[in-house]
Ligand binder design. Structure first.
Ligand code: TYD
Ligand code: MG
Length: 453
């Protein structure tokens, strides 16, 4: 007989409890528990058939993975060279960022290669998809649109059709009959994702699942999704800005932190083949105090980005520190070092730091560029616009080495920079022509070098 079980689940992190809790002991969220009822037919103690006993590593046969290229090179790059057959990929991002758009474009490209695609639309009607497809110029005979939210029906059609790729838009909108809770709850999401994983592995079909992100920036409902799928791709970008960044944050078949850069236009997303150039488009014309160029490393690719800082006397009792595109704690650390090591007094100053282009920089190699942007703003001087800056700042004010220095120097040289300031400890083995390499040990040295034209 079916067994009915009731439990309370945190809708933020998936923590389960037998009774209601006001605060989640796992993630600390308040009032996040809801009751969920599950119906199971199988006793928990059931012994599963043991099809595959443990094997010796040497006896295991290697299957080479088969990848399908979408011919959208930035998309392929993020996946590590195309969609791996039989993999489950999660694309997560804010609502309205362009997830449905990119996947419809990917579907269009794959259909041209003769692939059969099932696009399960759980949020929009078929005519809405058709309208978008018209706008994007996607014409494909092999693209099947299926507006459906019920998992069992979706499963039936996947198994009947045996498509090459299934797109589920979105995981928060589908539900399975196996669980009583409503679509979008943690249990529904987890169960549906689990079932989709089973379908993709048993039928060797690639499945791309769309997931929304919560206000706090987590993949809604919740971290459990990230653990289950093969690849997690985050779609980032500022909605006010046309640049969109695809970033792989987990990949069982390739590099993580690889990025693909796109621009959203009237006809969908277009790839940006030379992102540094795109990000620096307005740089020379806006040369002002408080602006520097850094070379950050995104996955396997160096990227030149402008950092802007604004420092001004605060009208508030506590000065404000605002960071856009960089971690705030990193900024606080840099400010502490600047106060202690070069005597910059910022205790009555508001500090704003902004990364141009809506991209997020997560590596410490941007420290020196950020520090110099702040210093040039405080002193009201302009940094040499032909100098790029790379380096991590240590707590004693020393400039520490960074990874992939040669790639960064070459990228700066390609974009016409005449000088690059790098950490003294970084060895540059190959001869790089056309750019002067300036090595610095301390912040104070970097300041004089960045200001001398
Ligand atoms: P969409 O793909 O629907 O976002 P998501 O699925 O992530 O919620 O994209 C929605 C936004 O993109 C919407 O605000 C309109 C804009 N857009 C364009 O600017 N150009 C286009 O060609 C398309 C299709 C959408
Ligand atoms: Mg959508």
């Amino acid at each position: 007989m079916a067994k009915v079980k009731s439990k309370y689940v945190c809708q933020n992190c998936g923590y389960e409890s037998a009774g209601y809790l006001g605060k989640c002991p796992d993630c600390g969220a308040w009032s996040s528990f809801t009751e969920e009822v599950s119906v199971t037919d199988k006793p928990i103690t059931e012994v599963l058939p043991d099809k595959k006993p443990p094997m010796k590593l040497s006896e295991i046969e290697m299957n080479t993975e088969i990848r399908t290229k979408t011919n959208i090179s930035e998309f392929d790059r993020v996946l590590g060279g195309g969609i791996v057959q039989g993999s489950l990929v999660l694309i997560a991002g804010d609502p309205g960022i362009g997830k449905s758009t990119i996947l419809l474009q990917v579907s269009g490209k794959l259909c041209k290669e003769g692939k059969k695609i099932l696009y399960v639309s759980a949020e929009e009607s078929a005519s809405q998809i058709k309208l978008r497809a018209e706008r994007l110029g996607v014409k494909a005979d092999n693209l099947y649109i299926y507006p459906q939210t019920n998992f069992e029906l979706i499963k039936k059609h996947i198994e009947e059709m045996q498509p090459d790729l299934v797109i589920v838009d979105s995981i928060q909108a589908i539900y399975t009959n196996m669980i009583q809770s409503s679509a979008g709850s943690v249990s529904q999401i987890r169960e549906c994702c689990n079932f989709l994983m089973g379908i993709s592995k048993t039928n060797n079909i690639s499945i791309i699942v769309i997931g929304h992100v919560t206000k706090e920036g987590n993949i809604a409902g919740p971290k459990v999704l990230e653990h289950m799928v093969d690849t997690v791709i985050q779609f980032e970008g500022d909605k006010c800005n046309s640049y969109r960044i695809l970033r792989s944050i987990k990949n069982r078949f390739g590099n993580t932190s690889e990025v693909g850069i796109f621009e959203m236009g009237a006809n969908g997303l277009t790839e940006i083949i030379n992102p540094s150039q795109a990000f620096l488009k307005e740089y020379k014309s806006t040369q002002t105090p408080g602006s520097t160029i850094i070379v950050t490393n995104e996955g396997t690719r160096p990227l030149l980005v402008e950092i802007q800082a604004l420092v001004g006397t605060t009208p508030y009792p506590t000065p404000r520190r605002v960071a856009n595109g960089v971690d705030l704690s990193r900024i606080l650390q840099i400010l502490a070092v600047l106060e202690k090591r070069i005597g910059l007094n910022l205790s009555k100053q508001d500090v704003y730091v902004n990364v141009i282009g809506g991209i997020d920089i997560n590596e410490p190699a941007a420290d020196l560029g950020i520090a110099l942007a702040i210093i040039t703003c405080v002193r009201d001087v302009v940094a040499d616009y032909q100098t790029a800056i790379v380096g991590e700042i240590g707590l004693s004010g020393e400039i520490r080495g960074v990874s992939h220095i040669e790639k960064r120097i070459i990228e700066a040289q390609k974009l016409g920079f005449k000088k690059i300031i790098i950490p003294d400890s970084n060895e540059v083995s190959t001869e790089i022509k056309g750019i002067e390499i300036i090595k610095v040990k301390k912040i104070i040295e970097a300041i004089t070098k960045a200001l001398s034209n």
